[in-house]
Write a protein that binds this ligand. Structure first.
Ligand code: ATP
Ligand code: MG
Length: 424
């Protein structure tokens, strides 16, 4: 009887070794840059109680209205697989007293879950690396986050393929006044709007500005401008940020229509976008959220942060550097004939003892040399060590340098020192 295969859930991907090599490269660069600015890692639960996200993200956002994976656990409590990381980070900060008269620079990385239509760059389980700074209200910290992200793109070699868009959405009061003006404008064009825009018009009004429909975009050219409604302090904050970015030679484009999909933002919003990935072009998005800590029950704490979509970053990285490979192995150890494997295992352990960073793979199959050689090349090995029955009889071993093709016969007792000289 044929048993049916069990398959992964739609929109939830497996990442195989050829892909994880790219991810490890990206993650190690991001972590190194984060460390260079003094950011510390925080690890947070993947499940949180549902009201956390409803209160933080806002009930009328796309995420809460239709994208959350929520369910009741065995005790009947409503839980949600986190759709983003900021809410949980703020919850943890309040719960652990991280915000009392302190500044915190934190980052986290992990899986997020949203029930969206899967397509290139958009999945139901996806990974974000998020960065959050708490307790600092000045625009210099907004600038630091942008500089930090720019440094990541430079280190990854993708800076020429990504652009910074920037806007200020002001205070809540300013936005409320603007919202009224925008609703009034939209009402006069009601019959020309699409379903999404009509739905958002009264609930998540600013999100209408985000429409991808070129016809509606054109209509919006004549809409009232958010910048004309900004409060004085927010305007100054934004000007200061732009000055700092000019001084540090960060290029940006002010996009007056840039808003964010989540409710908690104020003042600075920004996105790093690429034209190289089609319509899923936002690789990194963030902004300021000075009211969120209070909204979740903590003391008033200014905050600003961003999240990188790691799948989109990996897609962009591979597009820009299609030849990127990292070798899995430095040294491949081939064995040929009786009793050679046990000696090879012992010698391999000695080599790992003296060279902890050495990447060494021992062949346990011991089949034809040509096959073992093919495997060595597949893993990108630089050196190929061959222990054959014949050579073992005279206490010798063969070492081949795969980059130069040179080959040498070594006395077994000398092999460790010779490899140390070659590999360290
Ligand atoms: P979008 O407009 O693309 O739906 P968003 O505003 O919902 O993005 P945020 O909540 O700001 O996105 O998340 C930050 C980043 O996380 C995005 O810029 C993107 O790179 C990534 N991201 C968001 N949703 C997904 C998803 N479903 N699959 C893959 N990456 C995602
Ligand atoms: Mg979205």
């Amino acid at each position: 009887m044929k048993v049916e295969n069990i398959q992964a859930i739609r929109g939830m991907n497996d990442y195989l070794p050829a892909e994880t090599i790219v991810w490890q490269k990206i993650e190690s660069i991001l972590q190194q840059v984060l460390a260079s600015y003094g950011y510390s890692e925080i690890r947070l639960p993947i499940l949180e109680v549902t009201p956390l996200f409803k209160r933080a993200i806002g009930k009328v956002t796309d995420v809460v209205e239709k994208e959350m994976y929520s369910f009741e656990d065995r005790n009947g409590q409503s839980l949600t697989l986190r759709p983003e990381g900021t809410a949980g980070c703020v919850r943890a900060g309040i719960e652990n007293g991280l915000f009392y008269n302190q500044q915190q620079r934190l980052w986290y990385s992990g899986a997020m879950f949203r029930h969206e239509r899967p397509q290139k760059g958009r999945y139901r389980q996806f990974y974000q690396l998020g960065v959050e700074a708490f307790g600092l209200s000045d625009s210099s910290i907004d600038a630091e986050l942008i500089l930090l992200s720019a440094r990541c793109w430079k280190a990854l070699g993708i800076m020429d393929h990504i652009e910074l868009e920037l806007n200020s959405i002001g205070s809540l009061v300013a936005r409320t006044a603007y919202r009224q003006a925008l609703i009034k404008f939209l009402e006069t064009y009601q019959d020309k709007l699409d379903k999404d825009c009509r739905r958002r018009m009264y609930t998540n009004t600013l999100r209408v500005l985000d429409t991808k429909d070129p016809y509606i975009q054109q209509l919006l050219d004549n809409a009232p401008k958010l910048s004309e409604y900004l409060d004085k302090e927010s305007k100054q904050h934004f000007t200061d940020l732009c000055t700092l970015l000019d001084q540090t030679k960060i290029k940006y484009r002010i996009n007056p229509r840039l808003v964010r999909g989540l409710d908690y933002y104020n003042r600075t919003v920004f996105e790093w976008v690429t034209k190289s990935l089609g319509s899923q072009g936002t690789v990194c998005a963030g902004g300021r959220y000075d009211t969120l800590v209070e909204r979740l029950g903590g003391r008033e704490t200014p905050a600003v942060g961003f999240a990188i979509g790691l799948e989109r970053l990996a897609l962009l990285f591979k597009k820009v550097q299609p030849c990127f490979t990292a070798s899995i192995i430095d040294l491949y150890f081939a064995v040929l004939g009786e009793n050679t494997l046990s000696i090879a295992i012992q010698l391999s352990e000695t080599l790992r003892n003296v060279m902890p960073h050495l990447k060494l793979m021992t062949d346990y199959r011991g089949d034809k040399l040509a096959k073992q050689f093919t495997r060595a090349n597949k893993y990108g090995a630089r050196f190929f060590l061959i222990l054959s029955k014949d050579k073992l009889a005279t206490k010798q071993i063969l070492l081949k340098n795969l980059s130069t093709g040179e080959q040498e016969t070594l006395v077994l007792v000398n092999v460790v020192s010779r490899l140390m000289a070659l590999l360290t």
